[in-house]
Design a protein around this ligand. Structure first.
Ligand code: CAA
Length: 411
């Protein structure tokens, strides 16, 4: 496949909260058959942020790792974009806190992007444009996706929560993935599928409608990426990565793309087609959803979490191969694009792998989880928060708002 691999992702890192909830325990507490969460949604556990862990602390942890693990000088970063649904101020961007805490240059342009789960993809393509325009003058861009997905206790969205940040550095001749600027397709439509009014800490979602909106956006962005060509794409791709609000959504997305490309419909009632879909999904999508199944929805970062999963497992075996990436933000905005895995991507699999971080997480009882959610409701106005009260001992934490100013401290 002919690509124009010029710019793309040169470094990647994930950071998430210290606690998680087991989906079987949550299902039992809610009186739901665990198979609904484990198989119906595809989730094993979900990351839960404590009141001291917010969008800034996770963004900084991921950003530091990306710089350190990939040996990038903070002075080389000329643009910092934080994509988030979970801003911490109506005016002041998460990005400017991260800029200071990451020690970036004062000549680094810094801003926040918002479009539900789409902000980081918007930041990634804007960074590529910044580099292609020549304005970067040899510098790199950092894009950080950082979010806490909250729907509230006892809601339909509750099992599709999560929290975490993915940081990426965007540069020419990237060490991980180049993105083809000639195959980036966009889609926008005003829909009320998921939103969060200024007065609410919890998202409102028209859940089943949001799934339809996601699939419509996928069709629209995929069509735009193909530039009117009717060539079938999927069989030539080594992997297809999607926005993953819950693992089963990636299955529905892949089903839709196969239907578009083959003109067939794949339903359980047609055994052969269903089997073909399962095999296709099992080979090209499912292997890269392991982290999403353990962490849950991290909104802006969830597509890139799937990319980390792919690169940590198959950076070597899939070197040089083409993959697709689809980002969806409710409301809605979406991008479908093609990328090529760098020849040496496999050299970075150990640096990328968050397995140790996940092993160190603490399993929260349902009581503890509910207390954390309730405590988080007032975290923005608490004067003094003590990380030790939430079992947190080392790292950067939000320690309360005094004189209307948020405070962050290293422990
Ligand atoms: N065993 C196995 N499977 C079971 C089961 C059982 N006992 N019980 C139910 N299931 C299956 C269902 O058949 C269904 O699977 P299919 O869709 O393949 O049929 C699945 O489990 C979920 O069941 P329901 O549809 O009945 O679940 P629900 O009505 O409680 O809600 C949801 C599901 C709509 C996803 C809800 O969790 C929600 O609103 N989540 C938030 C919104 C969301 O994530 N939307 C995604 C698209 S929008 C987006 O992507 C942006 C974003 O990040 C928010």
């Amino acid at each position: 496949m002919i690509l124009n691999p010029t710019t793309g992702i040169d470094a990647l890192a994930f950071a998430g909260p210290a606690g998680y909830v087991d989906m079987t325990e949550l299902a039992q507490a809610r009186g739901v058959d665990p198979a609904k969460y484990l198989l119906g949604l595809g989730q094993n556990s979900m990351a839960i942020a404590a009141p001291c862990e917010d969008t800034v602390t996770m963004a900084v942890a991921a950003g530091q790792q990306a710089l350190q693990q990939f040996d990038i000088d903070p002075d080389d970063i000329g643009t910092l974009i934080v994509g988030t649904e979970t801003g911490i101020d109506h005016s002041k961007p998460v990005a400017v806190y991260a800029h200071e805490l990451l020690g970036l240059s004062q000549n680094c342009r810094t801003f926040e992007t918002k479009h539900a789960c789409y902000g980081a993809m918007a930041g990634l393509t804007a960074s590529m444009d910044w580099i292609a325009s020549g304005r970067a003058r040899g510098r790199k861009a950092m894009v950080i996706a950082s979010d806490i997905a909250r729907y509230g206790l006892n809601t339909a969205g509750e099992p599709t929560q999560g929290a975490g940040a993915v940081a990426m550095v965007v540069a020419p001749e990237p060490r991980l993935l180049s993105i083809d600027p000639m195959h980036i397709g966009d889609y926008t439509r005003q829909v009320m599928d998921f939103w969060r009014p200024l007065y609410s800490k919890y998202a409102f979602a028209d859940g089943h409608y949001s799934i339809q909106c996601y699939l419509d956006a996928l069709s629209g962005a995929h069509n735009d990426a193909l530039n009117g060509s009717s060539d079938a794409l999927l069989d030539r791709l080594a992997a297809s990565l999607y926005h993953v609000p819950f693992v089963k959504m990636a299955f529905k997305a892949h089903q839709r793309l196969l239907e578009i490309e083959t003109g067939n419909s794949y339903s359980k009632e047609q055994a052969d087609g269903w089997q073909q879909l399962q095999e296709h999904f099992g080979e090209k999508v499912a292997p890269w959803l392991k982290l999403n199944a353990e962490i849950g929805n991290i909104y802006t970062g969830s597509l890139f979490l799937s990319l980390i999963d792919l690169l940590r497992q198959a950076g070597t075996s899939l070197a040089g191969e083409t993959i697709s990436l689809f980002s969806y933000g409710s409301g809605c905005g979406a991008t479908f694009c093609l990328g090529q895995i760098a020849a040496q991507a496999g050299d970075w699999s150990a640096q990328l792998d968050p397995a140790t971080q996940l092993q160190q997480r603490r399993r929260l009882s349902i009581d503890e989880y509910e207390q954390l959610i309730n405590a988080s409701e007032n975290a923005d106005t608490e004067a003094q928060l003590n990380p030790a009260d939430y079992g947190l001992d080392s790292g950067l934490f939000y320690t309360g708002t005094r004189d209307h100013i948020r405070h962050y401290e290293h422990f």
